[in-house]
Write a protein that binds this ligand. Structure first.
Ligand code: GAL
Length: 846
């Protein structure tokens, strides 16, 4: 026994020694974060752990590492970790420790943004809604109850991380933590208390003694030693509030989030790469993509109002975990080029000089002789040729060239060497006998959700209640019900004329049922005003209003108080004008949530499911259930909800989120080929106008069994669930790439002049690789070396075209998974002298 104890003690000692040996000392100075005495150039990317599953995490992290990231940045989601006060959840998608450890295992660092206000298009900005009911609380200001709760949760997280030895100071991966989030954007609204709140936040965070630095983003007055960092589409003009702090960028928005009713934003990679390169050009040493993988707002986690279930964000890794190409690949090349400059970047500040109008050079030169340069053309229209160090360089408009040796270009942000790949949704038959969706439909069963009050916990209150205060967000749904007596002689019953029910709501959706029938509905972000013509009868009438929230607000000063639901006025008017009755002040009956939510229809089986046909369709308020087999293979799974209206869906009891395929994007502002040149803004590049904002909804593979999966949905509006289809998200089989003679050679082959005697040996190369390892290039749909025109799928040859183009590319590529073709006249011959030629290829894999 004594022996065992001794052994244990020795083991513990060894562990402690090992930890002490691997513990990293993280500090910072004017240039960079300093890890173990060495300044670091770091590339970071956001992955929010609850927006994917633990089963997806290793692959997402590996793809991030392969993409050249050093750091994974995540917020900490309070509402997920403490859904009820003092009842913590660190399981499943909320297993923060596991996530951090997986990042560590991959050899990457972590930036932990504790907040605990996080914004993030997350319900209520990440605050648990119970927080709102703490007596005397005022959010995000110098308020004792708030500060107490904020400190308690922040301490909880820091303690958990410490317990697991996850701070770099303990040998773990966390090199940086964040407190608050963009408070500087809104603090003026909080008056003088804002100043003391920020000071308190900083000292509270510091007192937790993590052993690594803290940052505050968008907080120009962040007290020392908190590093104030920048968020935005561009941060090259940012300077921290002290010369002792490094220039850091915590959110470089890789795209933008999607809202129900909105078109899909996308951000061209040439512009994203330009923003990154400009940042490192102008002295930055830490940059984070927000998001690198956006993922999915499962369950009721999406923020609001009206944030969609998909949080794809046009990120380098798409919602489903597939690489988005050429975005991912082009950024990987960029990261390699930046890393080639690291020694020079960390040694000194850049020397900036002008090379002409809109043309700028930044040179990092060390005393030991290493040199890196960034050449920028910030003009939005004209390409330029600049002379730098006696050599001439072609700089497309809105681009940066990176010269890791101050002589040769390793990378230009506008010249893409990675192929475009598309992803596709492949519908699959889900029954072993290949049953169609009609057959699938015959296996649907249903339960009707009662219209109006049906639960025992309903209650009466005079006047109209604000929704969040009433439901505490336990459910999206709140019933407002009223019984009215209409006397026979009232004008509302005039022959031929209808009454009009006027409803005003703070959002986001209202359904009005009169005498048990849906009379009208409407939705909106903040203010809904409806005039619904209705038929009343002499005697008793019922008015049942169902108000539905779609994500609680997450941004802005006092976002927690904007409210939701039918706060009035609500009036009854005669259609002809004349008298009007105020209904708002009457005695209403309230019901929080649905009967089916109480019975747990989403999660468990109920004996009430009705399976006799016909299946009721296109009627509001119905629960539907069916079973299905998982699509074969290992590709990510999605459900296409086309045919349904709006609601919430569960697969095997797990909520996959709100679906709303009938929410249609507006018609304006879309463009297929958005010009990447010039400043980006969230609504600059949009697609999908006039179409449903989101039809496909992610079902994580790990939630599925091979067969006998249950899908339950609660349909609010009325739809036909038999039209639902299942399928897999697949990387498309088409590859397209255009590489010109003026492209830099692949960054992987980059060597500085000092290392290679004959620099001319490296020329631009067009490289293709099938995304799936079992595939080979099976055909070349298009190839032209010369002046080809068009884009992927519509290439045509121009007036200049080498006749050998197709046969050469076919020979080099067909039958192999990947191929490399030098883009030069040496290979293709000279089809037209004096012109910079381009090789365009479209290939397919199978
Ligand atoms: C920032 C915020 C993030 C996220 C982003 C937009 O203002 O810090 O949490 O909301 O905007 O996606």
């Amino acid at each position: 026994m004594v022996k065992v104890r001794k052994m244990k003690m020795i083991l513990l000692l060894i562990i402690q020694i090992v930890v002490a040996a691997t513990a990293a000392n993280v500090t910072y100075d004017h240039r960079a974060l300093v890890i173990d005495g060495k300044r670091k150039v770091l590339i970071s990317g956001s992955i929010h752990y609850p927006r994917s599953t633990p089963e997806m995490w290793p692959d997402l992290i590996q793809k991030s590492k392969d993409g050249g990231l050093d750091v994974i940045e995540t917020y900490v989601f309070w509402s997920g970790h403490e859904p009820e006060k003092n009842k913590y959840n660190f399981e499943g998608r909320y297993d923060l420790v596991k996530f951090v450890k997986l990042v560590e295992e991959a050899g990457l660092y972590v930036h932990l943004r504790i907040g605990p206000y996080v914004c993030a298009e997350w319900n209520y900005g990440g605050f648990p809604v119970w927080l709102h009911f703490v007596p005397g609380i005022k959010f995000r200001t110098d308020n004792e109850p708030f500060k107490e709760e904020m400190q308690r949760f922040t301490t909880k997280i820091v303690d958990l991380m410490k317990q697991e030895k996850l701070y770099a100071s303990q040998g773990g991966p966390i090199i940086l933590s964040q407190i608050e989030n963009e408070y500087g954007n809104v603090d003026s609204a909080y008056g003088t208390a804002a100043k003391s709140y920020i000071k308190w936040s900083a000292s509270m965070a510091l007192s937790l003694d993590t052993g690594v630095p803290w940052n505050m983003c968008q907080q120009a007055d962040a007290p020392d030693p908190m590093i104030n960092t920048c968020n935005g589409f561009y941060c090259d003009q940012f300077t921290p509030n002290s010369n002792n702090k490094p220039k850091m960028w915590t959110e470089n928005w890789s795209g933008w989030f999607l809202g129900f009713g909105d078109p899909s934003p996308y951000r061209p990679v040439q512009d994203l790469a330009f923003a990154v390169a400009r940042f490192y050009q102008r002295g930055g040493t830490f940059q984070n993509y927000y998001m690198y993988h956006g993922g999915t707002n499962f369950d009721r986690t999406s923020g609001g109002p009206l944030i969609s279930t998909s949080y794809d964000y046009d990120a380098p890794i798409d919602e489903y975990g597939l690489l988005r190409q050429p975005k991912w690949g082009h950024l990987r090349d960029l990261h390699k080029a930046i890393k080639l400059c690291e020694d020079a970047l960390i040694a000194t500040d850049p020397t900036i000089s002008s090379l002409g109008s809109n043309l700028e050079a930044a040179v990092y030169k060390t005393s030991s002789g290493s040199c890196a340069a960034f050449l920028a053309n910030v003009g939005t229209k004209s390409d330029a040729t600049v002379t730098f160090n006696g050599k001439s360089f072609h700089l497309p408009a809105w681009s940066v060239s990176i010269l890791p040796d101050c002589k040769n270009v390793a990378f230009n942000t506008a010249k893409i060497n990675s192929a475009t790949e598309s992803t596709a949704f492949a519908r699959q038959s889900l029954k072993p006998d290949g049953g169609s969706s009609a057959e699938l439909g015959s296996e649907w069963s249903y339960i009707k959700e009662p219209i109006g009050i049906s639960k025992a916990d309903a209650f009466l209150k005079p006047g109209l209640l604000e929704q969040i205060n009433t439901t505490a967000d336990k459910s999206d749904y709140l019933w407002y019900s009223l019984r009215m007596d209409i006397k026979g002689d009232e004008t509302f019953l005039d022959e031929g004329s209808k009454a009009v029910l006027h409803i005003e709501s703070l959002g986001q959706v209202v359904y009005a049922f009169i005498n048990g029938k849906l009379a009208g509905s409407g939705h909106g972000k903040q203010k809904i005003s409806l005039d619904i013509p209705i038929n009343l009868v002499a005697g008793k009438n019922t008015v049942d209003l169902l108000s539905v929230t779609v994500g609680l607000a997450n941004y802005g000063a006092f976002f927690d108080l904007v409210g939701a639901g039918i706060t009035g006025p609500v009036t009854l008017k005669s259609a002809k004008g004349g008298s009007s009755i105020d209904l708002a002040s009457q005695q209403w009956t309230y019901q929080v949530g649905l009967k089916g939510e109480d019975t747990g229809l989403g999660a468990v089986d109920s004996s009430e499911w009705v399976s006799k046909s016909p299946l009721p369709t296109k009627q509001p308020l119905i629960w539907y259930k069916t079973t299905f087999d998982a699509p074969s293979g290992s590709e990510p799974v999605a459900i296409d909800f086309t045919g349904t209206g709006k609601g919430i869906a569960w697969v095997n009891g797990q909520s996959i989120g709100r679906y709303w395929p009938t929410s249609i994007a507006g018609n304006g502002g879309c463009t297929d080929s958005c010009d990447y040149r010039g400043s980006y803004r969230a609504n600059k590049c949009l697609k999908n106008c006039g179409k449903p904002s989101q039809t496909l909804y992610h079902v994580p593979r790990s939630w599925l069994k091979p067969s006998g999966n249950t899908l339950v949905l609660f349909e609010e509006m009325g739809g036909d669930p038999t039209q639902i289809s299942f399928g897999t998200k697949q990387t498309g089989s088409n590859l397209c790439l255009t590489v010109s003679q003026s492209h830099p050679p692949p960054v992987d082959t980059w060597t500085s002049d000092s290392k290679i005697s004959n620099r001319n040996r490296t020329r631009p190369v067009l490289s293709l690789q099938c995304p799936v390892s079992t595939q080979v290039i099976s055909s070349i749909k298009f190839a032209s070396f010369g002046t080809p025109k068009g884009t992927c799928g519509s290439f045509t040859s121009g007036s200049c075209n080498s006749s050998r183009s197709l046969s050469l590319v076919q020979k080099a590529c067909i039958g192999s998974r990947s191929c490399n073709i030098e883009v030069s006249t040496r290979v293709f011959g000279e089809p037209c002298r004096g012109v910079v030629k381009t090789l365009a290829v479209e290939a397919s894999c199978s």
